[in-house]
Design a protein around this ligand. Structure first.
Ligand SMILES: [Mn+2]
Length: 353
């Protein structure tokens, strides 16, 4: 009898291609684990109005000739919960709070964002011992320094911010401690000022949690993302970059379905997308505007006063300008080299006869 690994995604139709690739990469890596005798993979999709065609594509992404996989759809209709929250998708991202009710027969579940690429063995995450806690999650900053923690989200000096790209839940523990209710009432009470609602709820409610290794939610894809600007030293940046990820999490808005980035993780995402046989995506260049949004921390700009934006910009973006220029020069260099190479190969044919 195989043990069933349960992985859940919550999605509406927005940027659905991210979900396709997340599932395709999840199954592809699962096939490589050679633990197919021991484990089967159940992929749960909490669907907020996904079309039949989208569901068929999801099923084909989850199909495997090597492993036992299964897709289970749960329909959810939005109820207008947390109406004062400024974060548009607040009800969708907080559905994870109610996992014990969605899955009454399960004891444990992994929740994944759809803007991820699975690059390692998910059964290893499934096997992690939560040692009596209900939550396993990755910290938002790589290091524990005060600077990193306050720069990330300067609300409390007493808690450590988390990133909820990968979440491991003990549903039994959640039921006995009535965690869904605690998370829900935290949201109800604080919805007005929360910027990344489910992350802040986890941060405050789950003060006793397991800090998962950063390889389970590795966010170092874009060269100027928050994980970099919160790092206190170049040494910690180098350490972070040396991590071999099992889950790569693309930081909004620099995601591979919308932007070009000279990067092996973007390349790998594109390879999976090409396998789906869908329409090619229209993408933008990684330009100065995106660079600024990434380096300042977009989620804090939306509601800030103008002076505050300028302050953030000068504090974070300006110091990163040389990094950006170096990055663009490198990109131009590699394009020029590719051009020279293709011209060299093409030359014999183009010679007039
Ligand atoms: Mn995400």
């Amino acid at each position: 009898m195989q043990e069933r690994i349960s992985v859940c995604f919550c999605n509406d139709h927005e940027q659905i291609e991210l979900l396709y690739v997340a599932i395709k990469s999840l199954v592809s890596e699962f096939e490589k684990t050679h633990r197919n005798e021991v484990f089967a993979l159940d992929i749960y999709i909490i669907s907020i109005g996904l079309s039949d065609e989208m569901k068929r594509t999801i099923e084909s992404c989850a199909g495997s000739s090597i492993s036992v996989t299964r897709v289970i759809f749960l329909e959810y209709r939005l109820q207008g919960r947390y109406p004062l929250c400024r974060f548009r998708a607040s009800e969708i991202v907080t559905l994870v709070f109610f996992a014990p009710e969605f899955f009454p027969d399960l004891e444990r579940i992994i929740f994944l964002d759809s803007d991820v690429l699975i690059t390692g063995d998910i059964s290893e995450l499934w096997d992690i011992d939560l040692r009596g806690r209900w939550l396993g999650i990755v910290d938002k900053a790589y290091d524990q320094s005060q600077r990193a923690r306050t720069i990330m989200r300067p609300l409390s000096a007493l808690t450590t911010p988390v990133n909820s790209g990968t979440v491991l839940l003990d549903l039994v523990k959640m039921r006995t401690e009535n965690i869904s209710h605690q998370l829900d009432s935290f949201m109800e009470k604080n919805q007005k000022w929360l910027r990344t609602p489910e992350q802040e709820a986890f941060e405050y409610v789950a003060n006793n949690r397991i800090h998962l290794h950063h390889k389970w939610n590795w966010r170092g894809v874009a060269p100027v993302s928050e994980i970099y600007w919160s790092a206190p030293t170049m040494k910690s940046v180098a350490e972070y970059e040396a991590i071999v990820p099992s889950v790569v999490h693309f930081q909004w808005p620099a995601r591979p379905n919308r932007y070009h980035l000279d990067n092996p993780w973007f390349d790998r995402w594109n390879d999976y997308y090409d396998l789906l046989g869908l329409n090619p995506l229209t993408k933008k260049a990684y330009d100065l505007l995106l660079f600024t949004r990434m380096s300042v921390g977009t989620h804090r700009l939306g509601s800030s006063k103008k002076m505050r934006i300028l302050f953030r910009f000068s504090r974070h973006a300006l110091v990163l300008l040389p990094t950006y220029i170096a990055y663009r020069l490198k990109l131009m260099g590699s394009r020029a080299r590719a051009l020279v190479k293709s011209n060299t190969i093409a030359r014999p044919d183009s010679r007039p006869s």
